[in-house]
Design a protein around this ligand. Structure first.
Ligand code: 2OX
Length: 493
């Protein structure tokens, strides 16, 4: 039926066809996070605010972003003071949503500012903890949805400067983390519950004028952050899902361009971006906007079904409880992930060519909770031993096996990160045609591990130890372009 339309000429008709084709290909239910199906070039619709490029960025800053692999998210703000409780009632949703869930007015909420005085906050201690944990970057909330700013912004009256604490939290963190050689990424929420000009949708001329003023305010703050903290490596935007924002895709393209002019090499997340038609993350032609996909929040891509994500850079986000970002006093309300579960997610992300960011929500005084310190400690110890299978590593291109995850280093070494030990004691590896496993070595002890070729391009890697007591890593040295003697018979079926 499409061919009939295509015999008609004219630009409008042509675009109509393209949009129709887009609709037929993508439907309407495709989530922004789906690795994109792409169109043949001649079916693409012209976009002013779509993707900047079709391939991964390969410059030094992007390579550093990618090689970092493990990051620490910190959500800190007034919600830490409430710790999930309002007027004696405990709310089990995210403490950072208390303003909404407890129906608190911004004016009432901002009275918490009188109690912001984090006397135990020591940016250097935070940086040392991050170093011990093995994270290569920090993502810090400069302004969360409530609008409270952790830096003394000239454009808001809701900032640290108007609290008893006074200190510029962002400034101190940038200084301390820079000194430790840990990259700093700035989180900024567009969604703002306390700014009078914020709108969820544009229903009138007045809304339109107010939201334009709001975008100007946000731009001023973003510019202010980039000017005050020029050593930061990334801006991470959140709260961009509302209709008002989606109708202003031009602004998101403008902000990306502005930041890239202000701070050469800077990276921005796909969540910043909407295109001409309000399509987010991936543009109307299916191409990733921003520098990396940022939709895997509190979940990770399926290692088999979502393997298409390996075509893009991406970053996933993990909370310790089911859904708490800021400090909440009661962690019995949901399951809390253990350090080994976090380590499994780190391996999972790297094995699919992505980064993992683990979130902590410090207490109002500036201390981390016990569970977080323990997480930092155990993750750090594991990374210290096994980090070479994570940092600088990528998708290995091999079929997922039940024992765990593969990663591949730049020199071509394959890592097997083993989480599940089979009863047989044999770890199955299926190699591509024309390659051969030359040698298998236990990463930690450097000891040789037995390998048995079991059939065409298939091997058993024999379990080197009975119970290692923690996830362990086997390195495979691979020989490529080998002419394998054809000793196997294919089945006739
Ligand atoms: C989810 C459902 C309804 C409204 C908002 C959300 N939401 C908020 N999803 N994610 C967020 C923010 N992103 C995380 C990184 C946190 O900052 C969280 O507040």
């Amino acid at each position: 039926p499409l061919l009939i339309f295509q015999t008609n000429s004219g630009f409008m008709r042509n675009n109509f066809v393209k949009i129709l084709v887009l609709f037929l290909l993508f439907g309407t239910g495709v989530s922004a996070q789906d690795p994109a199906k792409t169109l043949p070039a001649d079916l693409e619709i012209p976009l002013k605010y779509g993707a900047e490029r079709l391939e991964k960025r390969q410059d030094a800053s992007m390579r550093k972003f990618r090689d970092n692999r493990l990051g620490l998210f910190i959500h800190w703000g007034l919600y830490a003071i409430t710790s999930g409780e309002w007027n004696g009632k405990l709310y089990d949703g995210p403490s950072s949503f208390l303003l909404k869930s407890a129906n608190i007015t911004p004016k009432e909420w901002m009275k918490l500012m009188d109690r912001w005085n984090p006397t135990n906050f020591d940016a250097f201690r935070w940086a040392q903890m991050a170093k011990r944990m093995g994270v290569k970057y920090l993502k810090i909330t400069t302004k969360h949805h409530d609008g409270f700013c952790l830096w003394p912004s000239a454009y808001s009256k809701y900032t640290v400067a108007q609290t008893p604490g006074k200190r510029d939290i962002i400034g101190e963190l940038v200084k301390a983390f820079d000194a430790e050689g840990i990259d700093v990424h700035l989180y900024y929420s567009i969604l703002d519950w306390s700014h009078p000009d914020f709108r969820y949708s544009i229903k009138s001329k007045e809304d339109s004028i107010a939201f334009s003023r709001f975008l100007e305010f946000a731009e001023n703050q973003i510019k202010e952050l980039a000017t005050r903290y020029p050593t930061v490596k990334d801006f991470w935007f959140d709260g961009t899902w509302d209709a008002s924002f989606k109708e202003n895709g031009w602004w998101s393209a403008h902000i990306e361009k502005m930041l890239k002019e202000m701070i050469p090499g800077i990276t921005v997340n796909s969540r910043l971006r909407a295109d001409d038609y309000g399509k987010r993350h991936f543009d109307s032609n299916g191409h990733l906007m921003g520098d990396y996909e940022s939709g895997y929040e509190r979940r990770l891509p399926d290692p088999v079904k979502d393997v298409g994500i390996t075509r893009h850079d991406w970053e996933g986000y993990m909370t310790l409880p089911e859904n708490q970002w800021g400090y909440h006093k009661d962690w019995t309300l949901s399951y809390v992930k253990t350090p080994f579960e976090a380590i499994q997610r780190i391996a999972h992300a790297t094995s699919m060519g992505g980064n993992l960011v683990i979130n902590f929500g410090p207490k109002p005084e500036g201390d981390f909770r016990q569970e977080e310190l323990e997480m930092a400690d155990i993750v750090g110890k594991w990374m210290k031993k096994n980090g070479e299978c994570i940092y600088g590593c990528d998708y290995a291109g091999l079929a997922k096996q039940d024992w765990g995850y593969y990663t591949r280093s730049k020199d071509g070494t394959i890592y097997m990160i083993v989480f599940n030990i089979p009863y047989s004691g044999n770890l199955v590896v299926k190699m591509p045609k024309g390659t051969r496993i030359e040698k298998a070595i236990l990463l930690e002890k450097g000891r040789k591990v037995d390998i048995v070729e079991t059939s065409r391009d298939e091997y058993n890697v024999c379990m080197p130890v009975k119970d290692p007591g923690e996830p362990f890593v086997i390195k495979l040295q691979i020989e490529e372009n080998v002419d394998v003697e054809d000793k196997y018979w294919d089945a006739l079926t």
